[in-house]
Design a protein around this ligand. Structure first.
Ligand code: BES
Ligand code: MN
Ligand code: ZN
Length: 500
């Protein structure tokens, strides 16, 4: 089933398919829902009362349309207390609606988007509702060749959002749909298996962003060797597939030479651990070890599609971490692009090696205002924060605070973790400038310190998304393994603080 096709229209009584009505707490209906209720002989009010449905946020009541009505069903959706509703609640309500429409295999749904007692649902809230529908509407079914009869869904689902403010809502939605497409692109990349999504294939898909007006530069193995990406190449050398570094440039600022902001992503298309090989159980999840790079790719798609007024650089380091006769060994010493040497203690601590060179390259080449990197970096962040918050590490209080605010606004939450010299010294090495692991304790922090050594004091934030980026929590807007985490957070950060 492809994405639902959305449209915005003025309020009118729905004539077919599923009608969706909002019920606020204490079972109150809005103007349009009340009119519909009259048309179906009071079936909505009666069903709510018999089912003791009071309109708690995100609760639903499925009402089969009474005989004589042209509708199939009426779906009552609780919106809780009017006045309490936040943007994230409207996104969630959209998710709940799309979940039900999919369950019904509905070909058409009409949402009577109104607020009981107030009538007008703001353009922003209506657009958020639509965003929720789009996020929940995502599916990944390319590899399912055998569809059971009972699974057969209609080819298309038309969802109409009917509201007084429909034209303003449609305008507000243009930016949201760009972001939803970015999230869904990131999800596609994360779920795509390692045999299909090699570094070369990832780079090819990234190159498609050129169609949106993003400048895309791909560095292949030869160029990376010439430039001296020694840390990244050390990881890649055990794989039969050669690495890539992809650079995105989006120049949307009015002042064409405005200093850019920069995003860096870890793109390990499969992380076997290398010679320090991982245990078999759950290793299949390591196809998602490129969720950071996927989020950066999705973000640039979103920025371009909504024509963000900002200059931004994106850079993703794409490698496969495999064990073979040519693989990197524990004990090896590599020279990074920065010139600093690294003793490899554990070949499974590969993400930081990739990031070290890409972060250095970005600060040196593009002189950004700041760098934010995203990486499925450590299992330890799962131990610390689970799947609810990403770990945030930053050398800049301002950037950290802004990320936290964007997190609250989008529901993609971050939690700031400490940095400090006592942690930093844990990665000093006896034989080289540093080593790639700092021992069992504070594993996410020492990993962050490793990256910090390659920032050259450019303001920086690191998001450890090992918990949030893959095998994600199932929510009303996400029922898939890959959440696309980070696209909405970073798009919001840009929109709220860095556009002219
Ligand atoms: N990709 C993993 C981290 C990871 C673990 C992501 C679980 C998602 C879920 C990373 O490359 C890794 O292997 N980290 C090691 C570091 C250790 C060897 C210092 C880890 O966390 O165990
Ligand atoms: Mn690893
Ligand atoms: Zn990894």
């Amino acid at each position: 089933m492809p994405q639902p096709s959305l449209s915005f229209a003025k309020p009118a009584q729905p004539t077919h398919g599923v009608a969706v009505v909002f019920v606020a707490e204490a079972a109150t209906l809005g103007r349009d829902a009340t009119a519909l209720d009259a048309e179906v002989g009071g079936a909505i009010v009666r069903a709510c009362s018999k089912a003791a449905f009071t309109g708690k946020l995100a609760q639903t009541l499925d009402i089969v349309a009474p005989a004589g009505s042209e509708l199939d069903r009426i779906l009552a959706v609780g919106i809780g207390k009017v006045g309490d509703l936040k943007s994230t609640d409207w996104i969630r309500i959209g998710g709940v609606i799309e979940g039900k429409l999919a369950e019904f295999k509905a070909e058409a749904g009409t949402v009577l988007a109104e607020i009981p007692g107030e009538t007008l649902l703001s353009a922003a809230d209506t657009a958020d509702l639509a965003l929720g529908i789009e996020l929940r509407g995502y599916t990944f079914e390319h590899y399912k060749t055998k569809k059971k009869d009972e699974d057969k869904a209609p080819k298309e689902r038309k969802v109409t959002i009917a509201s007084e403010g429909h034209s303003a809502a449609k305008k507000a939605h243009a930016a949201r749909t760009a972001v939803a497409a970015g999230v869904n692109l990131a999800r596609d990349l994360v779920i795509e298996p390692g045999n299909v999504l090699s570094p070369a294939e990832f780079a090819e898909r990234a190159q498609k962003l050129e169609k949106l007006g993003v400048e895309v530069e791909v560095l292949g193995e030869k160029e990376l060797k010439k430039l001296g990406f020694g840390a990244l190449l050390g990881v890649a050398q055990g794989s039969a597939r050669s690495p890539r570094v992809v650079i995105f440039k989006w120049n949307g600022a009015k002042a064409k030479d405005a200093q850019p902001i920069a995003f860096v992503g870890k793109g390990v298309t499969f992380d076997s651990g290398g010679i320090s090989i991982k245990p078999a159980a759950g290793m299949e999840d390591m196809k998602g070890d490129m969720a950071g790079a996927a989020a950066v790719t999705g973000l640039f798609s979103a920025l371009a599609k909504r024509k963000a007024k900002v200059n931004a650089i994106g850079a993703i380091g794409i490698v496969e971490n495999m064990p073979d006769g040519n693989a990197q060994r524990p004990g090896d010493i590599v020279t990074s692009l920065s010139g600093q040497t690294i003793e490899i203690i554990n070949t499974d601590a590969e993400g930081r090696l990739v990031l070290a060179d890409v972060v250095w390259h970005v600060q040196e080449t593009y002189k950004p205002k700041w760098i934010i990197d995203l990486a499925t970096l450590t299992g330890a962040i799962l131990v610390a924060l689970g799947k609810t918050h990403a770990g945030l590490f930053s050398s800049s209080d301002e950037l950290a605070e802004r990320l936290a605010k964007a997190g609250e606004a989008t529901g993609e939450l971050v939690w700031r973790m400490p940095l400090g010299s006592d942690y930093d010294k844990l990665i000093d090495s006896t034989f080289a400038d540093m080593k790639n692991t700092g021992g069992r304790n504070a594993g996410s922090i020492t990993a962050a310190h490793f990256i910090k050594r390659f920032t050259n004091d450019v303001p920086w934030a690191h998001l450890d998304i090992a918990g949030t980026g893959m095998d994600s929590t199932q929510t009303d807007t996400n029922k898939v393994w890959a959440s696309g985490w980070g696209v909405r957070l970073l798009d919001r950060l840009v929109a709220d603080y860095y556009e002219e």
